[in-house]
Design a protein around this ligand. Structure first.
Ligand code: PMP
Length: 441
């Protein structure tokens, strides 16, 4: 029996990134902490944090109360006026960024943040070209999808004027035939340096990278890589943009993922975890140098809802909760002591797990049919019956991981409990047998 909500959804809602006819959405009626419930009362552990945004879990009472209070005081005010919630959110967010980045341009989400970061870089340098890596995701709008490296770009790419791609470091499937992290790092930097030289350094406005690429497979960069990118940018006057939309706000066990690498970009994009997704918000944190470019020259861009008070009040409350409850520290601890070791133990038991990667509450299992050849259980950018069956088995047993091509992304809320991790790992343990069944190991 399907509910009226389900029927109305199928009749009238057009869903993102999907063939509309094949959809079978869960009807979610309730959520709390790391779990959601459907309309039949089934509980699911949300190990996708929805789309990797409920970093403090669902329905935190302090944030719900802050939204209520802000709605009662001042629901909305246009960007040209100043407002308590916006000023405070900007202060707090800039305070998390490295020294020298102290202004925030607010957007409604991640793609808009990328659009504006790229626009700022182009206007600041007077150059057009933007370099980005394959195996990256930066958003679904025009420029953001053009700088995206993953296959979602393919059908949206009308020549991608003003962009070029390079290979980032990814030792498991090294493009450089490297066998150690150090080698991968050095070769990836040499490749990027050559790409810049051959594209024409004086035409390159920006290099944009996810600090830790997320959607494309959770690939923490080797030590020294981001510092090396910074050097290349400095040599040629190129703006370095770090995309922290998915990796920021506690996800990696640091406030910003860049904290792990001691690197200072010129622009930082953020969204998702900044409000735990309770109200949409994103933005760009801007260096003094780029801010200066627009001190006496108008910035030609804006959004009706830039710095929306309801969203900014949500950000202020979310950051406060993260501080009070030490959620960033919890993310690091659960990753290091419970989730990471638990996933590695699964890899030992299941030959279909080719690699486990991650940090904090940001993990992916790369599934293969053969560990020696690393043949993926679904093609790059595609799906397969086995991966679909694994996802369905998880859902049947009450777990919602984020499944993408041949990967299972395990990204629970940053404050997930040990008990919830144990329960989720047990369900994964059962589901992965379906992957082993097609493995020749
Ligand atoms: N950048 C990164 C790194 C992302 O992961 C995403 C979303 N998954 C975006 C940008 C786009 O954000 P949004 O969907 O909020 O526009």
């Amino acid at each position: 029996m399907t509910s009226r909500t389900y029927e109305l959804d199928r009749a009238h809602v057009f869903h993102s990134w999907s063939a509309q006819a094949s959809l079978d959405p869960l009807v979610i009626t309730k959520a709390h902490g790391s779990a959601v419930w459907d309309d039949a009362g089934h509980r699911y552990l949300d190990f996708a944090s929805q789309l990797v945004f409920t970093n403090i879990g669902h329905q935190h009472p302090d944030v719900v109360e802050a939204i209520r209070e802000q709605a009662a005081t001042l629901c909305t005010i246009a960007p040209q006026h100043a407002n308590d919630a916006r000023s405070e959110a900007a202060r707090l967010i800039a305070g998390l960024a490295p020294e020298g980045l102290d202004h925030v341009f607010f957007t409604n989400g991640g793609a808009e943040a990328v659009e504006h970061a790229v626009r700022m870089a182009r206007l600041h340098t007077g150059r057009i070209k933007v370099l980005s890596r394959y195996r990256s995701y930066h958003g679904g709008t025009a420029t953001a999808v053009n700088v995206t490296g993953d296959p979602r770009r393919w059908p949206n790419d009308y020549g991608a004027a003003g962009t070029a791609k390079f290979f980032g470091p990814f030792l498991y499937r090294s493009e450089f035939d490297a066998t150690t992290e150090d080698e991968e790092c050095r070769r990836a930097l040499r490749h990027l340096r050559r790409t810049v030289e051959l594209e024409g350094p004086a035409t390159v406005a920006a290099i944009i990278l996810e600090t830790v690429p997320g959607t494309a497979g959770v690939m923490p960069p080797p030590p020294g890589y981001l510092a090396g990118v910074r050097e290349i940018c400095d040599e040629h006057g190129i703006v370095m943009i770090l995309d922290e939309v998915m990796a920021g706000f506690g996800r990696t066990g640091a406030w910003l993922a860049l904290d792990h690498y001691g690197v200072r970009p010129d622009l930082i994009t953020f969204a998702k975890g900044v409000t735990s997704g309770y109200v949409p918000l994103g933005g760009v944190v801007i260096s003094r140098g780029i801010h200066q470019t627009f001190a006496h020259r108008p910035y030609p861009g804006g959004l009706t809802y830039s710095g929306h008070p309801l969203a900014c009040a949500t950000a202020v409350a979310t950051i406060q909760v993260m501080r009070d409850e030490r959620i960033v520290e919890r993310s690091a601890q659960v990753g290091g002591e419970v989730l990471g070791p638990g996933l590695r133990a699964l890899a030992e038991r299941h030959p279909c797990v080719g690699e486990v990667r991650g940090l904090g509450t940001f993990w992916a299992l790369e599934l293969v049919s053969d560990r020696a050849t690393k043949d993926p259980l679904a093609p790059y950018g595609g799906s397969s019956a086995t991966m679909d069956a694994i996802a369905a088995a998880c859902r049947r047993e009450g777990l919602l991981p984020f499944v993408n091509a041949n990967r299972i992304h395990v990204v629970p809320p940053c404050n997930v409990s040990d008990a919830d991790v144990a329960e989720g790992l047990e369900i994964l343990d059962h589901a992965l047998r379906l992957g082993d069944a097609v493995s020749p190991d």
